[in-house]
Design a binder for this molecule. Structure first.
Ligand code: C5P
Length: 227
């Protein structure tokens, strides 16, 4: 299981400061909407210069198939190691994307977002008229059949996804509160032990790390628990 640290901080300098502080640790860095919209490609390049961190670009794309495939082709040129799209964009969008990426010599891993970890059952049902597990089962089936590499989900759907697809189909799980920190806006939260029991391949941790007084120390503690 790998630790992916969300860099959702307030400035370019804060991002670089955090990357320097975490230099040398066996982590992935997640660049999301806030940081990418503000700093763009120059941030990705600057992070890679600090250390050979793997980068997950978390932009959760959602559009019509051709527009998504065009965008994914551009993303694949950015030297990122993983990015994501919304599974609810549908199978034809996912197949178009994977078909387009297959023409490239090398492509990043592609994950599909299932149900956001900030949804509880009630809010999810009001939007999708399905329970979370049922929807995630369907999303993972079409994502797997379309040739994606895995899903973004909560820890509580990780096993279900693997049972329904393949044990090697990646599950990346945000909503992790490693040492029972407050859950903030996240609803389906879990600790490291729970992530391990549910065979998450990646845990994503943001605020418990970047808001801590000593982010490196928190990362080291997490990495110790991952062993
Ligand atoms: O601060 P926290 O640990 O809650 O951050 C979680 C990160 O994971 C955020 O960057 C959020 O955008 C992202 N994420 C999520 N739930 C998803 C997909 C991504 O929380 N389903």
């Amino acid at each position: 299981m790998k630790l992916c640290v969300a860099f959702d901080v307030a400035s370019y300098d804060d991002c670089l400061h955090l990357a320097k502080e975490l230099k040398g640790l066996d982590i992935w860095i997640k660049v999301g909407l806030r940081s990418y919209l503000r700093d763009g490609v120059k941030l990705l390049e600057a992070i890679k210069k600090i250390d050979d961190f793997k980068i997950f670009l978390d932009l959760k794309l959602y559009d019509i198939p051709n527009t998504m495939a065009d965008a994914c082709e551009e993303l694949a040129k950015l030297n990122v190691d993983m990015f994501n799209i919304h599974a609810s964009a549908g199978k034809s969008a996912m197949c178009t994307i994977m078909d387009r990426l297959s023409a490239l010599e090398k492509r990043p891993l592609v994950l599909a977002v299932s149900a956001l970890t900030s949804f509880d059952e009630q809010e999810f049902f009001s939007l999708y008229r399905q329970d979370i597990k049922q929807a995630v089962k369907e999303f993972s089936k079409i994502s797997y059949e379309s040739g994606l590499d895995g899903m973004v989900c909560s820890v509580y759907e990780s096993l279900l996804i693997k049972e329904n697809t393949d044990s090697k189909f990646i599950t990346l799980t945000p909503g992790i509160r490693p040492f029972k920190e407050k859950s903030d806006d996240q609803k389906r939260v879990a600790d490291i032990q729970c992530a391990k029991e549910n065979l998450s391949d990646f845990i994503v941790v943001g605020r418990p790390i970047y808001k801590a007084k000593e982010p490196r120390k928190v990362c080291e503690d997490i990495l110790e628990h991952l062993k």
